[in-house]
Design a protein around this ligand. Sequence first.
Ligand SMILES: Nc1ncnc2c1ncn2[C@@H]1O[C@H](COP(=O)(O)OP(=O)(O)OP(=O)(O)O)[C@@H](O)[C@H]1O
Ligand SMILES: [Mg+2]
Length: 383
Amino acid sequence: MHNAKILVIDDEIGICEGIRRALAPQGLSVDIATSGAEGMQKIQSGGYDLTLLDIMMPGVSGIDLITEIHRHDPEIVCIIITGYATVELAVQAIKQGAYDFLTKPFSVDDLTLAVSQGLERRRLSLEARRLQAIEAEARRLTEEKARLEELDKAKRQFIRLVTHEMQAPVAAIQNYLQLILDGYVPPENQPEIIGKCMARAQEEMDLIADLLELGQLQVLAKPLKTTPVHLEGLLVAVMDNLRTQAEQKNLRFDLNITPDLPPVMGAPEHFKSVWTNLIANAIKYTPAGGAVTISLRCDNEQVIGEVSDTGIGIPLEDQPRLFTEFFRAANAKALDVPGTGLGLAIVRQIIAAAGGSITVQSEVGRGATFRFSLPAAKKQAEC
Ligand SMILES: Nc1ncnc2c1ncn2[C@@H]1O[C@H](COP(=O)(O)OP(=O)(O)OP(=O)(O)O)[C@@H](O)[C@H]1O
Ligand SMILES: [Mg+2]
């Protein structure tokens, strides 16, 4: 109770002074306000634990004042002083959040008891609030710890996978070179073996390039410089790069692009990577003579892109893991076409960083459709 700050709000200065004289010797600091307005001003300057307030003051009702005081600090204890007690008034005051009631005239003992109980109540409710805050913080920390552990586990697994993937081409190159060094390869066959070494070295370089891109995306949750990007414009450049591969397999390409599409926000290089990965996959996993359809449209302020093929498809049970690093479905591995399983992980990150999402629909042997949607850039979002 020591050092507690009390405010008496009463237009009768005699009552105010009487209360101050009674409470000051108990180590309480007592301030006085002789009107509701002055009382509110003092409350707003802060620091009060308890108010004793007259329920009948000119111009303002003590009951309304309780609401205002509690709007400022819900833990300030309000004790009503009234000249005449009516049950109705008491009920109303308590409903408004008053803690107790003193009826004039009251003795020093009545006053001391009400004030000390009121201060105890404040102490308990502040303590309860502090405990609630500690509990909430403890819950948050437990969740954060679980999240970090999960992240750490994923990271360790990722490093294991990367090491494994990076070892394979180097080990193959070593074996080939060892064969040459040990004299098992006649000079006329050496170019073929060296060619194989070159192919594996290229695989390693591709893997490193993918890892670098992935690493960069993870660090920059959002690309550094985002500009409005027209996805249809990038498509031309990507198709040029992939044309030879597509022609070699005699694949038909169909493009359905809605005119006047709004741009999306992001880095052009990243979106180029999205097209490259999705279209390269469609080419890679579609047998010769098949078809690849690319479409781009706008719906509900989202730009929606689709790359669809008539290829080998993806088993349903593999689809949930498709966008995780290094995952390759068994039917893709069986094809004996090179791949590290990083392409779709990169695509997913780029799309997520731009605020979009990507899904896949596929049946084994009946092709696959990858559909992404990205929010249209704000200004031109009418679609
Ligand atoms: N169009 C598709 N048709 C069938 N399977 C696909 C298709 N696209 C992706 N997949 C499956 O998803 C897996 C992951 O694709 P992702 O692009 O991440 O890796 P990748 O093509 O194997 O290798 P890379 O990292 O070189 O792109 C593939 O290995 C394949 O199993
Ligand atoms: Mg790929």
